[in-house]
Ligand binder design. Structure first.
Ligand SMILES: [Fe+2]
Length: 166
């Protein structure tokens, strides 16, 4: 199995959640939006941590982290965090406020585009590069580090089980 394979399964879980999020934005379903925020806080966070704390530093020792694909991915993670925060602060003003729906749809739509694009770039460019570049020993350490952080699906998670082998 490739060392980035579990990260690709996580991407499928994230893409599932984005479909739910898109529907919630269309229907102004605030509970659906809140569920997605919780997913971002509790589960997407684990995915980002495995990239930022484990995979990117290891790959960065070969290809550098200033400029290039890793800098680009880190920049997009930051952009994503800012837009999530924008949704949270708009909602804190009250979902009945006339501007709230507009702002949440604006930032939410941005996140949908950003994350879908970001996932495609990682799957197609960054992860294959990591597979080609990292040594067997490095991959072993990465696997250990990622397992210690944990994964963004939960046992019995129906959405996830379609994508994950256990
Ligand atoms: Fe990712």
């Amino acid at each position: 199995m490739e060392v980035t394979e579990p990260l690709k399964w996580e991407h499928e879980v994230v893409l599932d959640q984005l479909r739910t999020f898109e529907k919630a934005l269309d229907e102004a379903d605030w509970n659906g939006v809140r569920d997605t925020l919780r997913f971002f806080d509790e589960r997407l966070l684990l995915h980002r941590r495995k990239e930022e704390e484990i995979l990117f530093p290891a790959l960065g020792r070969h290809i550098g982290t200033e400029g290039g694909p890793i800098a680009c991915m880190l920049h997009e993670h930051q952009d994503e965090r800012e837009k999530i925060e924008r949704i949270r602060s708009a909602m804190a003003r009250g979902t009945g406020h006339p501007e709230t729906l507009k702002e949440v749809r604006g930032a939410g739509g941005y996140i949908l585009g950003l994350l879908r694009n970001h996932i495609a770039k990682e799957n197609q460019i960054l992860y294959p590069l990591a597979e080609d570049t990292l040594s067997v020993e490095e991959k072993g350490r990465i696997e250990e580090g990622m397992n210690a952080i944990g994964f963004c699906w939960q046992k019995g998670d129906l959405q996830a089980s379609a994508h994950c082998p256990w």
